[in-house]
Each structure stands twice: as C-alpha cells, then as structure tokens.
Design a protein around this ligand. Structure first.
Ligand code: DHB
Ligand code: FE
Length: 271
C-alpha cells in the first residue's frame, strides 16, 4: 500500500463519515457511544470480530472480481499462524473423544490450467462440536483442530477431522450488542477454514460449507459464496468402513483447490 493510496482512502473515508454524521444529525452523545463501542471491542478481544462480521466478505468479493483460480473466502477472526505440521496419514489434532461425526476431507490442489501441484501446504482450522476455536476459547487443548499438511506428489491430499456444527459467534460482548440492536441472529453456517500455500502461487484463503446446512442463507458474516458449498456425503458401506478402520458411518467431502501463479496474480492486481 503506497502512501498515495493510503492518503486517497483516508481522505475519502473522512469525507464519507462526515457526510454521514451530517445526514443523520449525529449528536455528541451518539458519537461518544460509537467510539465507546470501538474501545469496548478491543477490551473484549473482539477488535477483529466486529469488523469481520460486517465488512470482511466485501473485501473478498472485491478480490474475487476477475480472479482465475479458486474462490477467495473470508479468513475470519480466528486464524493463527504456526499451527503444528502433521505427518501422513493426516489427522487434525483432537481430543481422544472429540465429539461429532468423523469427516474425511480430500481433493487435489492444482494450477488454474489443471496441472496437479505437489508439496502445497494446506493450513486448516475449524471449530469443535461446541463451536469453539482452540487457542481462542478457554479450556481447550492447544492447537485442537488446527494443523498444516501437504499435498502429495500427485497433488492430492486427505485429512481426517470432524464435521463442525453451525457456529454462534461470541454474543456476550459489544459485537453481540450491535447485532442485537440490528435484530440479527449470531450464527454462521458450519464451515472449515483453509489457507493454501505454494511459493510460486498466490496464497488462497478458502472456507468450505456443507450443502443443506443451516444458516447458509442467513450467515451473520454474509460470507457464503457459490463454489464454496460442497456436498457432505455419508459413508456407511461396510467395506469402506473396514478399509478405514472406522466402526461408525463417517462423512466425506471432496474439494479441489485451484491456485493462480504469482505473476498472474500480480497482473490481475494491476489491471
Ligand atoms: C467470522 C468468520 C468466521 O469464520 C468465524 O468463525 C467467526 C466470524 C466473521 O467473518 O466475522
Ligand atoms: Fe470460522
């Protein structure tokens, strides 16, 4: 971001907000309420949540305009770098009795022209059955349901995890108060988060949702997009169960990720 762009954007933001205040004849008390809310979100550890709920999806929609490759999704407020690296066969770190159904996520990472990409890092994070993210919510094992793993020599990957439930964002703090004032609910549809990385390709932040799930049409973060909603397939074939050493039916999701070479991404950004 150049200083010229920073200046252009800040000037327009200032002008836009001043016009907005004049239009609504914002009182001093109302103005102070607004700054108090922003301060309160920081004190409550919600500084990112409040903005992400309202604005992050717009930034990803802008990023997706004219984009080749996979659909970019919101990162959300709960990504953490440096998650543990897994050895194959990949299983996201979890409690020995992690609740909820077993899910196998598998697919292929490829270049926009369909060439499979080996050695791509997949950095995955998700909520547990209670809708909690590790290293964010208290009383959870460190790095639970967060890890990094790689695509194989043929570009494919498979990881075992659990099917997350629809997720209620923290509602007891200032973000919840703003949503309550608007008469909105606090739910996001069930989802998996992934970042896909390869040194020669632009990083893809993705998020996968499940067909037929609740809140797909009323996501509090308004972040569900076509191309990110996948079938959640129940597997109860005894042969398949035996092959994977599972005693109970499990679920499968297949999804292929497409990356754009770095230089192509640069061209798009300049266009
Ligand atoms: C948001 C996104 C998430 O993935 C999440 O778990 C919580 C909030 C958001 O965009 O606000
Ligand atoms: Fe999330």
């Amino acid at each position: 971001m150049t200083i010229e762009r920073t200046r252009t954007i800040l000037k327009d933001l200032e002008r836009t907000l001043l016009r907005f205040m004049r239009k609504h004849k914002i009182t001093h008390e109302e103005y102070r309420r607004a700054t108090d809310i922003l301060v309160a979100t920081v004190k409550a550890g919600e500084e990112s949540l409040l903005y992400d709920v309202f604005f992050e999806a717009e930034a990803t929609d802008i990023a997706n305009i004219g984009r080749q490759g996979g659909v970019e999704a919101v990162e959300g407020p709960f990504y953490l770098p440096d998650a543990p690296k897994l050895e194959a066969p990949y299983v996201l770190p979890q409690r020995s009795d992690e609740a909820d159904d077993v899910l196998f996520l598998r697919g292929c990472v490829m270049s926009a022209d369909g060439t499979p990409l080996a050695g791509v890092e997949l950095d995955m994070w998700q909520a547990d059955a209670a809708g909690h993210y590790s290293n964010i919510h208290p009383n959870m094992p460190e790095w639970n349901l967060r890890a990094r793993f790689h695509s194989g020599s043929d570009g494919t990957f498979e990881v075992r995890t659990i099917v997350p439930p629809p997720y209620e964002i923290p509602k007891g703090g200032p973000t919840g108060a703003v949503l309550s004032a608007l008469g909105r609910h606090f739910f996001r549809p069930a989802h998996l988060h992934l970042k896909i990385r390869h040194p020669e390709y632009s990083e893809l932040t993705s998020q996968l949702y499940f067909e037929g799930g609740d809140y797909l049409d009323s996501d509090v973060a308004n972040a569900v997009r076509e191309g990110l909603v996948t079938p959640l397939v129940r597997q109860d074939d005894p042969k398949e169960l035996a092959a994977r050493g599972r005693q109970k039916p499990y679920f499968e999701v297949r999804y292929d990720f497409m990356l754009v070479p770095l230089h192509a991404g640069d061209v798009r950004r300049r266009a």
